[in-house]
Design a protein around this ligand. Structure first.
Ligand code: GLY
Length: 337
């Protein structure tokens, strides 16, 4: 048989083989059938980054139990952190940029992959609620800056000063040296990201932040970027990020975590693989000195995990079996800086 005929025969047989498998299953169903299944946990499950996730989870949980739909529960849940002046990395009281302006980023995504996002938004306490309006009321995914503010005002949001006296004092102190160096794991860089597996087994998520303290005016991080700060595929799982946004954007972090879960990895393995990729890509990078990135992820079975570059990252979990509590994430390196 000539080389060409052999090739044609092989290709045809290969096609027939796959064709018989795919005849009754879509490509995605075929892959999902091959993902190792663990025992599903009781739903709903809510997970959120960092300690302020506890209060956020509590509110979201209350809403879910009252029958509120997941997206509204997320807006209410992370809204608790946005409104808390003592959470100085999110919303009201967030640390400002180097010009003393509090600028906010947020995004939200539902089970049908509908997304809404706002970035570089000033003067609105609840950017996550504006992101939800972008999802529900516009033909777009993302609004930014002046346009996002104009839209928020049109939707009835109130403009207010978000710079608290405490954050103003921190900024004035920073101005004395004006050195930009994000500090690992301190409160100035901890986005709240929340992922929900609801009673029906559907996934949704949101994240909201005031971003890196002392950033350049106009800087936008990973948190409003679907695929970077947040991503989900309702057939597979959901993931969200916290930490140095530039590093998460460079690697399309959350989308990659979800894609690895699609290929059969557990949430833990998927988060770990992408954290390791980020670590390796930044080995010789100027950002390595203050590189901290953490991911949380949950799959359709309700299994969840967190993993970070450096120790100190944790996340809050709320479910029926064990209530609302903190879980420590494992880390790639042993030292915190
Ligand atoms: N992860 C939040 C930010 O970098 O802005």
């Amino acid at each position: 048989m000539s080389g060409r005929r052999k090739f044609i025969k092989k290709t045809t047989l290969g096609t027939i083989g796959l064709g018989s498998v795919f005849s009754s299953l879509s490509a995605t169903e075929y892959r999902l059938k091959n993902i190792p299944q663990s025992k599903p946990v009781k739903k709903p499950v809510v997970i959120s980054t960092w300690k302020h996730g506890l209060a956020a989870n509590a509110e979201a949980w209350k809403q879910l139990k009252q029958g509120t739909r997941a997206l509204d529960a997320i807006v209410a849940g992370v809204g608790v952190s946005e409104a808390d002046p003592n959470v100085r990395s999110v919303g009201y009281g967030g640390l400002p940029d180097r010009e003393g302006k509090v600028t906010l980023d947020a995004c939200i995504m539902d089970k049908n992959s509908n997304c809404g996002s706002v970035s570089f938004l000033q003067g609105i306490k609840h950017p996550i609620a504006v992101a939800q309006k972008v999802l529900e009321k516009t033909p777009h995914v993302m609004l930014t800056g002046e346009g996002a503010l104009q839209f928020a005002l049109e939707q009835g949001f109130k403009e207010e000063n978000l710079l608290t006296e405490k954050s103003k004092q921190s900024w004035e102190k920073w101005l004395e040296k004006s050195k930009y160096r994000p500090v690992i794991n301190i409160e100035n860089h901890d986005t709240i990201s929340m992922l929900v597996l609801d009673e029906e087994g559907n996934l949704s998520g949101g994240c909201t932040t005031s971003g890196a303290a002392w950033k350049m005016h106009g800087r936008v991080g990973d948190s409003p970027i679907i695929g970077a700060g947040l991503f989900l595929d309702n057939e597979v799982g959901a993931a969200a990020a916290t930490g140095l946004g530039e590093a998460v954007i460079r690697t399309a972090g959350s989308a990659m975590v979800v894609e690895l879960m699609r290929q059969g990895k557990s949430p833990f393995e998927a988060c770990k693989t992408i954290v390791e990729r980020i670590y390796n890509k930044h080995k010789n990078h100027k950002d390595m000195a203050y590189l901290q990135v953490g991911f949380i992820a949950i799959n359709k079975n309700g299994e969840h995990a967190g993993y970070s570059v450096r120790p100190g990252f944790n996340y809050a979990v709320c479910d029926d079996e064990q209530g609302n509590r903190m879980e420590s994430a494992q880390a790639k390196v042993k030292k915190s800086n």
